[in-house]
Each structure stands twice: as C-alpha cells, then as structure tokens.
Design a protein around this ligand. Structure first.
Ligand SMILES: Nc1ncnc2c1ncn2[C@@H]1O[C@H](COP(=O)(O)OP(=O)(O)OP(=O)(O)O)[C@@H](O)[C@H]1O
Ligand SMILES: [Mg+2]
Length: 233
C-alpha cells in the first residue's frame, strides 16, 4: 500500500535570496523587522494569517519581497505557504528552482488539493505553491468560489500564507485577493513607483476594504545599501 504522500520533492537550493545568502546583512534585518511588525499587528480578534503583497506598477519588488518575507517567517518557526498568485508573470518557481507543471492554476481549475500541488523546499517550514501553467482567465480563477476553499485549506495547514500578486493598478487580481485575505502590503520602489499610481493603488485597495498593513519601501538600486523600510499604519 502506498503511504499518503506529504509534499512533493526533491528540491534544490535557491541561491539568490538575500535572507538565505546573507542572513546577517542589514537588508535581511529589515525583512525581520517587517516580520515583527506584522506579528505585532496580528491579534486574536484580527489575526493575520493570509496576506497579499502587491505594488502599484510592474517591477517594484513584489516577488523579491514575497520570497524574502516567506523565508524570514519560516526561519522564525512559522509554517509558511508562499503562493505565486501572479499567474501572468510568475517568477517564484524560478527563484526556488521548482517545477511549475502544476500549481495554483491547477488547484483552481481541477480537484487537485493545495497539499497535492504544493512543493516543499530545503528551507524548513517553507512550502511553495507555484503559479502552475498560465490560465487564460487569472482574474476569474482568483475570484471564484474555489479560491475561497483554497484559502481555507491553506489556512488550516499553515500559520502564514503569502500571496505574490501582479501590480494592483494594472490588473484586478491583487484587488480580488486583497478582499479575501487578512492583510495587504504595498511595495514602493524608489525612482520607479509614481505618485499618481500610488494614490490609485490605495484607492483600489480601499474600494474592496482591504486591510492595508503598511508599505514597504524598496530603496536605492544604485548602492549596495538596498534598503527595505516598513511603514505600518
Ligand atoms: N532594491 C532593488 N535594487 C536592485 N534590484 C532590485 C531591487 N528590488 C528588486 N530588484 C530587482 O528588480 C527586478 C524586479 O523585481 P521583482 O521581480 O521582485 O519585482 P515585481 O514587482 O515582482 O515585478 P513584476 O511586476 O514583474 O511581478 C528583479 O530582477 C529584482 O531582482
Ligand atoms: Mg513579480
């Protein structure tokens, strides 16, 4: 008799994440500070178990932030599920060297469970649900009833579920997920994020009553001192 499989493996080591490569660097420390702030914002009445990471526009550091935050939560002993919910421009499978033949799109469009499609990583406590094959209708899948079940399943199995999203101003995906999750973090990148776009992002998130946990300032790209600062509210 085959034993019930826990998660898929094997896995190779991701190399590019600062929180893994250089955990004692100031940037890694910033990620831990963000983690602490989120933990403090979470309470029994208003727990933060599921969160969305988005930004106003493209290329502002959403995926970088999602992956590093997932790592620091896992290192703190929390069971973490990182979900690549950017089914339009997925990158999480590349960052962690995982197979993307099935993932979130599979779970949303078939009877496959999160447990079946998620993959373990070499990092203790960190499990990843990659995007899966590109679907024709990402917004409809994220807005479906099935997505609600997926969130429930994930919440039952993990302490923290992080959704890496597309930009909120460009497509509606992040807005949809912000309305279904406990909190939203907005990444702002120096010299890239535009003010009007940020105002629009805030408007769109407020429209769906998203709980905005704070903004993460992804600083200067020209220096080694790439900074991450967190502004809670
Ligand atoms: N502060 C920074 N300094 C230098 N490079 C950065 C910084 N933040 C992110 N990058 C790089 O910029 C690129 C885009 O980052 P990332 O993929 O995290 O952004 P994103 O917001 O997820 O983009 P997309 O909108 O395409 O999903 C990556 O190559 C990443 O390594
Ligand atoms: Mg991304």
């Amino acid at each position: 008799m085959a034993k019930k499989k826990e998660h898929n493996g094997p896995v190779t080591h991701p190399v590019s994440l600062i929180t893994l490569v250089n955990p004692s660097s100031p940037i890694s420390e910033q990620y831990r500070t963000i983690r602490t702030n989120i933990q403090f914002a979470s309470s029994a009445d208003n727990p933060i178990k599921t969160m969305v990471i988005t930004s106003s526009g493209p290329g502002e550091g959403k995926s970088t932030t999602s992956a590093n935050l997932a790592v620091v939560f896992a290192k703190a002993g929390q069971r973490v599920l990182l979900v690549d919910a950017d089914m339009r421009k997925p990158t999480v499978y590349k960052t962690f060297n995982l197979n993307n033949s099935r993932g979130l799109s599979t779970v949303l469009s078939t009877a496959t469970s999160v447990l079946e499609a998620a993959q373990r990583t070499v990092i203790d406590n960190l499990t990843i649900l990659t995007s899966g094959p590109k679907p024709p209708n990402p917004s409809e899948l994220l807005g479906s009833m099935r997505m609600g079940q997926v969130i429930e399943e994930a919440k039952n199995m993990y302490d923290i579920v992080i959704f890496d999203m597309p930009p909120v101003v460009t497509v509606t995906d992040a807005q949809i997920m912000a309305s279904k999750t406990d909190g939203t973090l907005l990444v702002i990148r120096e010299n890239v994020s535009r003010k009007e776009s940020l105002v629009k992002a805030k408007e769109l998130l407020n429209m769906v009553q998203a709980r905005i946990l704070g903004a993460i300032y992804n600083g200067a790209e020209h220096s080694n001192d790439q900074g991450y600062y967190y502004y809670g509210n």
